[in-house]
Design a protein around this ligand. Structure first.
Ligand SMILES: *[C@@H]1O[C@H](CO)[C@@H](O)[C@H](O)[C@H]1NC(C)=O
Ligand SMILES: *[C@@H]1O[C@H](CO)[C@@H](O)[C@H](O)[C@H]1NC(C)=O
Ligand SMILES: *[C@@H]1O[C@H](CO)[C@@H](O)[C@H](O)[C@H]1NC(C)=O
Ligand SMILES: *[C@@H]1O[C@H](CO)[C@@H](O)[C@H](O)[C@H]1NC(C)=O
Length: 370
């Protein structure tokens, strides 16, 4: 029988209190935001083009100024970049109703920039990931509970916002099948999704992938249906079959456009599981309640789930000694803010793209899946 030494990585939070607590984005009273653009306030973001060498994460610098600084000033990152009233559901761009209908995907207080409260100017660094849409930065005063938008930045965008990203492996129903799932901006009418794969040293073959998505109306409540809604893009899954025990395989996700051009993801590899009953060492990591956090210190200086980054980094460091990972529920604590799911899949991508990452439900997953 295979030997299964269990490495238990606890990422518990005193009964999950912090994970189930108030999501930082839910502190923002975005439906009550006022728009009072001030010509003497300004915010701008650089560089304008991200990921020009195919990267799916990028650091940007956001510079801002205002006539008088106050502690409640903050910068919200919006994606898509147009977040004015014209995007409100059912809105025709005028008349009464909220001025802003989508929560930012993250935010930082301007006083994180040293000297801001004296000079009323500053700069902040944000790490952005490719989430299929462009970005802009809103400069707000009045804190999170009484926000007033005073300036909006230029728009910035990834070179290919639709690029296939964040592959995640999972074991199939039998030991010799592996599934590959990923996210992209390509629907099936636009491109054919597939995985190019093979055993190391052999010719590659293609496995076609399926494509699913969901709409705002299929979600059951707030904020997922309202300010937390963000288009999830397309989720693709392919099945790699008839694997040989313990062999190394390479794979690459891709989309063939109608003109024949292929848009590739990054090359990845994994090791197939042993034959059932084969004598082998299998190193298994089991943990739950992880959540996600922002490496740039966004959302209240990592006060929400900072340890999720420590857990992720510890798993990545030990990946050469890991055969399979079980994440037993309470996944991203997105709590209805859909932008958080891309940020979660990006955070765990170094793990999920190399070893099977098996998700399981926990008691609260039914509430916190979205
Ligand atoms: C920045 O502003 C926030 C919100 O008003 C406040 O909680 C925090 O203490 C301030 N931080 C600094 C370093 O002044
Ligand atoms: C919203 O922004 C778009 C794009 O910047 C602009 O064309 C439109 O006029 C704006 N609408 C409102 C209601 O401000
Ligand atoms: C600016 O913030 C620092 C640190 O919180 C504080 O010591 C200082 O008094 C503030 N200055 C002004 C002008 O508000
Ligand atoms: C978690 O990571 C942060 C940032 O790298 C570090 O300062 C902190 O000491 C780490 N905490 C633990 C418990 O390792």
């Amino acid at each position: 029988a295979p030997c299964l030494p269990l490495l238990l990585l606890a990422a518990c939070w005193g009964g999950g209190a912090d994970g189930h607590g108030v999501h930082p984005l839910s502190r923002i009273a975005i439906h009550h935001a006022r728009v009072a653009l001030d010509a003497s306030a300004a915010v701008r973001a650089l560089p304008k083009l991200l990921g020009s060498r195919g990267e799916d994460t990028a650091w940007v610098t956001v510079e801002f100024k205002i006539p008088r600084a106050s502690d409640g000033d903050w910068i919200g990152v919006f994606s898509p970049s147009n977040f004015n009233g014209s995007t409100c559901p059912g809105s025709h761009g005028s008349g009464p109703g909220p001025a802003i209908c989508s929560a930012p995907i993250k935010y930082q207080f301007t006083n994180y920039s040293s000297g801001y409260n004296k000079s009323a100017t500053g700069a902040l660094k944000f790490q952005l990931i490719n989430q299929r849409q462009d970005f802009s930065f809103g400069f707000f005063t009045g804190g999170l509970s009484n926000p007033t938008l005073v300036a909006v930045s230029n728009r910035i965008v990834f070179a290919n916002p639709k690029a296939p990203v964040y592959p995640r492996l999972a074991l199939g129903k039998t030991w010799n099948k592996m599934t590959v799932t990923w996210t992209s901006g390509y629907g099936i009418s636009e491109a054919h999704p597939f995985v190019e794969w093979g055993m190391k040293g052999s010719h590659p073959v293609h496995a076609a992938a399926d494509t699913v998505t969901f709409g705002r109306e299929s979600l059951c409540g707030e904020p997922a249906r309202s300010v937390g809604w963000r288009d999830p893009g397309f989720i693709h899954t392919a099945f790699l079959k008839n694997l040989s025990p313990e062999k190394e395989y390479y794979y690459k996700i891709g989309h063939r456009l109608r003109n024949g051009q292929v848009i590739w993801g990054k090359p990845k590899s994994f090791r197939a599981p042993p034959y059932p009953g084969q004598k082998s060492l299998q190193r298994v990591v089991i943990f739950g309640d992880m959540g996600k956090d922002e490496r740039d210190g966004s959302n209240e200086y990592q006060n929400y789930q900072p340890a999720s980054l420590n857990t992720t980094d510890a798993l990545i460091r030990d990946l050469d000694n890991t055969d399979i990972v079980f994440h037993i529920g309470d996944i991203s604590y997105a709590n209805g803010y859909l932008s958080q799911w891309d940020q979660f899949t990006q955070q765990v991508e170094p793990i999920t793209s190399r070893v099977p990452y098996m998700m399981a439900r926990s008691a609260s997953s039914s509430y916190f899946v979205l």
